[in-house]
Design a protein around this ligand. Structure first.
Ligand SMILES: *Cc1c(COP(=O)(O)O)cnc(C)c1O
Length: 466
């Protein structure tokens, strides 16, 4: 099929995720046909450096024959079986063992799902069930954060803090509250008109959590859920003071900590889990995305001993599960993915080499007149676009971020925009030379954006959240 023919059928029949269906129909989709390493190829013959690793997931890069072979072998051996009704199969068992070995010591069980959203649905049911079993049935409130992303199922949307998502398809799941996010550049640089230090702001955010707990009544609060670094919200790296202060609050009131590792897990921050980087000791860790490097859909919840022992010893049957929980082919691919990450020392390389290398080159983009802040940690990064005239953020309705993103695409780089925040999350196997290329292309797109700023901007509303 030709590109126009595919685009016509796409427009006629395919409702894309997080998409304004009408405007996509008018513009037509870019068709991605193949990929290798850190590059994707479209049907017009363009090669693009994929600065987003697909959707934060292709950690090992494209074209890994070992993962293809793992899927093929498992499909021949046993393409499907469930693990309901006292059955199991080798790939799921081996993956469970491997995950628990890689995770912090007190996490020794895993519940498998098909995605990150399903993992967070599972989290919600587990935390409420845990407290009911503990004889504390009133502990039902879950506190999350504004601008958090926890998926797109009803529970995922409710746990997340994305205002545009909350505005559609409600009512949401009851007893979920949101507190302010530790987004210093966006919300914390000034307090009462004066510049504010990052760490003072981080402590303020933890104080807001404590205030919310007291408002709801500590006896009613089950859990706090957060990403170590917010991904879809805009690669928001919290101030150093934030997590220690939050941990202290949760311990004071005996509230479970759920750390959503769907993006930060499997090496993104230079550790196996974001929880290790920030020294968190989560009770529950939802995982997905990089678990299989995105080659097949699989997610799960790693469950800490405290919750697992209660569910096992006191719970009876847990009426929860999915047809594809622990799917053998997905599990076999995830297992091979983890083996390769380990054997190739990918996580250590992100921590010791690629992360620091990217940090140096990325930070230098702050010299660009359009960039108000360049931040990164491991292999996740963000640029805050600002008006060169004032150094302040643009009016978001101008769509400067979207313009910059489109110019990145045109220049051969996939970089995403969240409002006027440009974000990257490249495959963890990216080389230093490819990082150099990424930086050059980002720099060129910034220059092009600056040059175009005088022009009238059309079509700026299409935004993607996930
Ligand atoms: C992507 C994402 C999810 C949802 O995962 P899906 O597999 O898309 O359902 C949940 N949490 C975070 C932090 C994510 O980035």
């Amino acid at each position: 099929m030709t590109t126009p023919e595919l685009q016509r059928l796409d427009r006629a029949h395919y409702l894309h995720p997080f998409t304004d269906f009408k405007s996509l129909g008018e513009e037509g989709s870019r068709i991605i046909e193949r990929a290798e390493g850190v590059y994707i190829h479209d049907s017009d013959g363009n090669r693009l450096l994929d600065g987003m690793a697909g959707l934060w997931c292709v950690n090992l890069g494209y074209g890994r024959e070992e993962l293809v072979a793992a899927a093929t072998e498992q499909m021949r051996q046993l393409p499907y079986y469930n693990s309901f009704f006292k059955t199991t199969h080798p790939p799921a068992v081996r993956l469970a063992e491997r995950l628990c070995r890689l995770a912090p010591a007190h996490l020794n069980h895993v519940f498998f799902t098909g995605s990150g959203s399903e993992a967070n649905d599972t989290v919600l049911r587990m935390v409420r069930r845990y407290w009911a079993l503990k004889g504390r049935p009133d502990k039902q409130w879950v506190i999350s954060r504004e601008n958090a992303y926890h998926g797109s199922t009803v529970a995922g949307v409710s746990l997340g803090g994305m205002a545009p998502m909350h505005a559609q398809g409600g009512p949401l799941v009851p007893k979920i509250a949101h507190v302010r996010q530790p987004y210093w550049f966006g919300e914390g640089r000034f307090k009462e008109g004066r510049p504010q230090h990052r760490d003072a702001f981080g402590r303020d955010c933890a104080a807001a959590l404590e205030a919310k707990i007291l408002e709801l009544g500590e006896e009613n609060v089950a859990a706090f859920i957060a990403e170590p670094v917010q991904g879809a919200g805009g690669a928001i790296i919290p101030p150093e003071s934030y997590w220690p202060a939050v941990k202290a609050v949760l311990e004071k009131y005996d509230i479970l900590l759920v750390v959503d590792e769907v993006i930060c897990g499997f090496g993104r921050l230079g550790e196996w889990f974001g929880s290790v980087h920030y020294d968190l000791a989560p009770d529950l860790m939802p995982i997905a995305k990089g678990l299989s490097s995105g080659y097949l859909p699989i997610g799960g919840v790693l469950v800490g001993d405290r919750v697992a022992e209660t569910l096992i010893d006191e719970g009876g049957e847990f009426f929860h599960g999915f047809t594809y929980s622990g799917h053998p082919v997905c599990a076999a691919v995830a297992l091979k993915n983890l083996e390769l990450l380990e054997a190739e020392g990918v996580v250590d390389r992100v921590r010791n080499d690629l992360g620091p290398y990217l940090a140096g080159r990325w930070k230098a983009l702050e010299a660009h007149p359009l960039v108000g802040e360049a931040r990164s940690l491991g292999l996740i990064g963000a640029l805050e676009l600002v008006d060169p005239a004032s150094g302040e953020r643009f009016d978001e309705s101008l769509g400067v971020g979207t313009l910059c993103r489109d110019l990145c695409f045109a220049g051969g780089l996939v970089m995403r925009s969240v409002g006027d925040t440009m974000i990257i999350s490249p495959p963890l196997v990216i080389t230093r030379a490819e990082i150099d290329e990424l930086i050059e292309k980002a720099q060129a797109a910034l220059d092009d954006t600056l040059a175009r700023l005088g022009d009238p901007i059309t079509d700026n509303q299409e935004e993607s959240l996930s």
